[in-house]
Design a protein around this ligand. Structure first.
Ligand SMILES: [Zn+2]
Length: 482
């Protein structure tokens, strides 16, 4: 704190130039948030003649906070926040608040600071190292209690809560007042952002500030308007899926705006999830993807659903198990397992080392060049760690850049069905194009089954048998109490 005599002088000067009582206190360098609550109440109730006037004339807006710290505005916004939270019915027990001020607030901050330095002797020396409290911290401290009381939730005065009440202040004079930034830094191009305004004000000399700023700032040209919104950070639900259909795509598939498939696997999994959590939207990602006509068997393919602005987040393992059963009962061609809540950080497992992972497949292969002996087919198993070279397949060239990649077939094993039909079991590096390895893709994949066996082959069906990703962890399939 600064010396008492100086503090009174600063407060008096601030009130004189048009600050409210709370902003006046802020410019004295007071960093004790509780003082801002107490201060106003005391001043309002027991104002003596020799104390600085605590209330500003009716209708006059504070030149620094534009009235956002005034008890009336605080209560008004708190009421709206409570109404908004009640209507949205978030199940989060904790919220936090954020206030976004117009950028010109930075200019006014600097301008009041410079003005005080020039009118109150010793101000700059004593306040320089105090770091004046950010306006939004004072606001947060004043408003959180009211919102907590009205909403029945508890307030987080830091920034750790997942549920946020965001208040954005708009001010008609903002752009006009920002012109000073271009005056201070004529070489600046493009729109003035908060960051450029801040760095410009901080790097300008006192002489330049005195020349360009209006000292002290004038009254606001119009009252501010507020926009209030609530937002809950996303939650992430991970799991694994099996796809038993050869006509379903993983993601909604449209060509020229028209749907190509009925409903995607993604929608079958996430529609119910979005409904249950009352989320605004969903982003689905999986460890790779299979073609429409490829099934995914075994323990399934790991996936993550990111649910944005969810209103229901307190999901127990039992809730998720129930949801899992619902999805599986509604869609026999889809099966999900291991549904669980994960953190944003954990979702990185899905993509990490994607190239190093191995995948196992079974392909149904037909010879187009006559019978092939069983012995010949068995000889395929002699190829271990076979490195093949694949150019981007013709069928995906419209969405993937042209490139040649080396991929490893770790092992393969043929299982004859007839003299022209066999199953090929194989384990490969992730990202290997299996269909192309079988039919050769007009020589774009070398070697391929055709060059290895001598002949022409086509693939009739393909199944993904397993994806070697040990995430997310397996979950019990029953409730534990049955
Ligand atoms: Zn104020």
């Amino acid at each position: 704190m600064i010396e008492e005599a100086l503090r009174l002088q600063v407060e008096e000067e601030c009130l004189k130039i048009g600050c409210c009582v709370r902003c006046a206190r802020r410019f004295t360098g007071d960093r004790v948030l509780d003082n801002y609550v107490k201060h106003t109440v005391e001043s309002d109730a027991t104002q003596a003649d020799d104390e600085p006037p605590a209330k500003k004339a009716k209708g006059e807006l504070c030149i620094f906070c534009f009235g956002v710290l005034a008890p009336g505005d605080i209560e008004d916004i708190a009421m709206k926040a409570v109404a908004s939270l009640t209507e949205a019915d978030y199940d989060d027990p904790v919220f936090t608040t954020t206030l976004s001020m117009p950028v010109c607030n930075l200019v006014r901050d600097k301008s009041i600071y410079v003005h005080l330095g020039r009118t109150v002797a010793g101000y700059t020396d004593q306040v320089k190292f105090l770091h004046l409290l950010p306006l939004k911290d004072i606001w947060k401290h004043l408003i959180n209690g009211s919102i907590a009381k009205g909403s029945g939730k508890s307030a987080d005065n830091g920034y750790n809560a997942e549920l946020m009440v965001n208040v954005e202040m708009a001010y008609r004079g903002d752009r006009r007042e920002m012109e000073v930034i271009s005056k201070l830094r004529p070489e600046l191009r493009g729109p003035v952002t908060r960051t450029t305004a801040d760095s410009t004000l901080e790097s300008s000399t006192e002489a330049a500030l005195v020349r360009c700023l209006r000292l002290p700032p004038g009254p606001p040209v119009a009252p501010p308007t507020y926009q209030l919104s609530c937002l809950r950070n996303a939650i992430f639900v991970a799991g694994r899926y099996n796809k038993y259909s050869r006509t379903m795509s993983q993601t909604p598939w449209t060509v020229d705006g028209a749907r190509r498939t009925e409903s995607s696997l993604q929608e079958r999994i996430t529609d119910r999830l979005v409904q249950l959590t009352r989320s605004a939207g969903v982003r689905f990602s999986a460890s790779g993807r299979e073609d429409v006509d490829v099934r995914t068997l075994g323990r399934g393919r790991p996936f993550v659903a990111e649910l944005t602005d969810p209103h229901v987040t307190l999901l127990t393992p039992k809730d998720l198990l129930e949801l899992q059963r619902e999805i599986n009962a509604a869609h026999p061609e889809v099966r999900v397992r291991d549904l669980q809540l994960v953190t944003r950080e954990q979702t990185a497992h899905l993509k990490s080392g994607e190239e190093d992972k191995t995948k196992s497949y079974t392909a149904l292969v037909q010879s187009l060049s006559g019978p092939v002996s069983a012995d010949k087919l068995y000889s395929l198993a002699d190829h271990k760690e076979l490195v093949i070279s694949q150019q981007t397949p013709v069928r995906v060239l419209h969405r993937r850049p042209m490139a040649t990649r080396e991929k490893t077939i770790h092992w393969m094993k043929a299982e004859p069905i007839s003299d022209t039909l066999f199953k090929l079991h194989l384990q490969t590096q992730a990202g290997t194009y299996i269909k192309e390895f079988v039919h050769g893709d007009l020589g774009r994949t070398e070697p391929n089954v055709g060059t290895l066996l001598g002949g022409t082959f086509d693939i009739l069906a393909l199944d993904v048998e397993s994806i070697e990703l040990d995430w997310p962890p397996a979950m019990p399939e029953n409730d534990g109490d049955t």
